[in-house]
Design a protein around this ligand. Structure first.
Ligand code: ARG
Length: 480
């Protein structure tokens, strides 16, 4: 016998709390509908309270002896209060709808918790951005110096990505928080159960209607883990920048002590291990997503035991993602930015070339493509700041024109080559100019408040409903 093969202890421990909620809501509803007597409901609810009180002890001692958490709770209940009464708890339901309901309850909590973490990260990014509206940064494309920008503009870019992650999590929540309970094995039940009532008691926003769909689908898991994977990608990109920026080659960042590690041999080391693991664990989460998709793919309806294998991947992805968000927030909040180094690098490699070309267009009316050719030939031949005389030389060569004769002045050239004026000119919507960055900062702050309020409202709604469930349970626990 290989009984251990069919267990999934880790995710069953994760579902323990949810399983007790589902049991309680189901028993309350069975009693309300007259499917079981008030006496039996009271005895079952008292038995469940004893199991709940055992907490970790139950999980550690009892769980491993049974096929899964649902069987463990029911079996121990029957052991304690006898089958004549305890054997009525599972009336009108199946482990198939039970487990699907438990997973949705557990993942709903994970989603709300993660969304809170994401919002804290957004807040940390907005704070660091506000401190760095004037901090000049070389912007990169292909990891080569491209154009000057500001650190605030850069950090706001990451904050916007995490705002979309929040929106995705919230959207997923809407589809997660629907209740499969009452679908039973897949064909529902002939008992006059009330699916709306259990859904309400458990804090769900809706009943997942078609009973076959309700037990068969794990698309909410695919969707949730997809959100994690997307978020993981965004986290890994920020982490990668921390890794690069904290290197001697960049020297833009000093890692916070709590998020840097030493070396067992090299005494001088301050390694970005935390950021590296954020980068790596995005990969772990992608693995979970591929596992979930692969397990669900081509399963015939309705329930198959394969679905049990999905849950540990969901759990791993949820915990991994939440931990990574918290780490990235710590790094963002605590890292020390080296502004002088950023400013120094912002000048390197002719980052003002685009603005110079734009200036040629504005001042002389040459087409942008011609201006591009002139500045490109200058950039590849010249080191240092080009003068008006040099520009004329190259323009004559490339375009047969002397731009000073067409209105280009020494002053305009000088302005084009100034980092500050490069940034300030880029004041179109979403650009790095101070005015625009301040506007975005303000807008993002208020978006964040709206998002956090909407998240808290969901949390409060669930909490209230579960308190209502507890009140019903307490009423019914008193033997009539
Ligand atoms: N632990 C199982 C799961 O996660 C519970 C459902 C078992 N149902 C069954 N028909 N064998 O899916």
């Amino acid at each position: 016998m290989q009984k251990g093969y069919i267990l999934s202890l880790e995710s069953d421990a994760w579902l323990f709390h949810a399983d007790l909620l589902v049991d309680k809501a189901h028993v309350v509803m069975l009693e309300e509908r007259g499917i079981i007597s008030s006496e039996d409901a009271a005895a079952i609810l008292n038995g469940l309270a004893k199991i709940a009180a055992r907490g970790r002890d139950f999980v550690e001692r009892e769980l491993p002896a049974y096929e899964d958490v649902h069987t463990a709770v029911e079996s121990v209940l029957i052991r304690e209060i006898g089958e004549e009464v305890g054997g009525r708890m599972h009336t009108g339901r199946s482990r198939n709808d039970e487990v699907a309901t438990c997973i949705r309850i557990a993942v709903r909590d994970e989603l709300l918790g993660l969304a809170e973490e994401v919002n804290k990260l957004r807040r940390a990014l907005l704070k660091r951005a506000a401190e760095n509206v004037e901090t000049v940064l070389p912007g990169y494309t292909h990891l080569q110096h491209a154009q000057p920008t500001t650190l605030a503009h850069h950090l706001l870019a990451h904050a916007d990505a995490f705002a979309r992650d929040f929106a995705r999590l919230e959207d997923a929540y809407g589809r997660v928080n629907a209740c499969p309970l009452g679908a039973a094995a897949f064909a529902s039940t002939g008992f006059p159960i009330d699916r709306e009532r259990t859904a309400e008691l458990l804090g769900f926003d809706a009943v997942l209607e078609n009973s076959m769909d309700a037990v068969s689908t794990r698309d909410f898991v695919v969707e949730t883990v997809s959100c994690y994977a997307n978020l993981g990608t965004n986290l890994s990109r920020l982490a990668e920048e921390v890794i690069l920026w904290s290197s001697a080659e960049f020297g833009f960042v000093r890692l916070p002590a709590d998020y840097a590690t030493g070396s067992s041999i090299m005494p001088q080391k301050r390694n970005p291990d935390y950021a590296e693991l954020v980068r790596a664990r995005a990969g772990t989460v992608f693995g979970c997503l591929v596992a979930v998709l692969s397990i669900c793919k081509a399963l015939p309806y309705a329930y198959n035991r394969d679905l049990q294998e999905v849950t540990p991947h969901l759990l791993r992805a949820a915990k991994t993602t939440a931990a990574s968000v918290a780490v990235v927030r710590g790094v963002v909040a605590g890292q020390e930015f080296r502004e002088e180094e950023m400013r120094r690098q912002a000048e390197v490699d002719f980052t003002t070339a685009t603005e110079l070309a734009d200036t040629l267009v504005r001042e002389t009316g040459v087409p942008f493509r011609t201006a591009h050719k002139i500045v490109a030939s200058l950039a590849s031949a010249e080191r240092g700041r080009p003068s008006l005389r040099k520009i004329d030389e190259f323009a004559t060569c490339v375009a047969g024109k002397r731009l000073s004769e067409l209105g280009l002045t020494e002053e305009k050239v000088k302005e084009a080559l100034e980092i500050a004026s490069n940034i300030e000119k880029r004041e179109v919507k979403g650009g790095p100019a101070k005015k625009e960055v301040l506007r975005m900062l303000q807008a993002r702050r208020s978006d964040l408040e709206v998002d956090e309020r909407s998240r808290v409202a969901k949390e409060v709604k669930v909490k209230r409903r579960l308190e209502e469930l507890e009140r019903e349970v307490e009423k019914k626990r008193i033997m009539p």
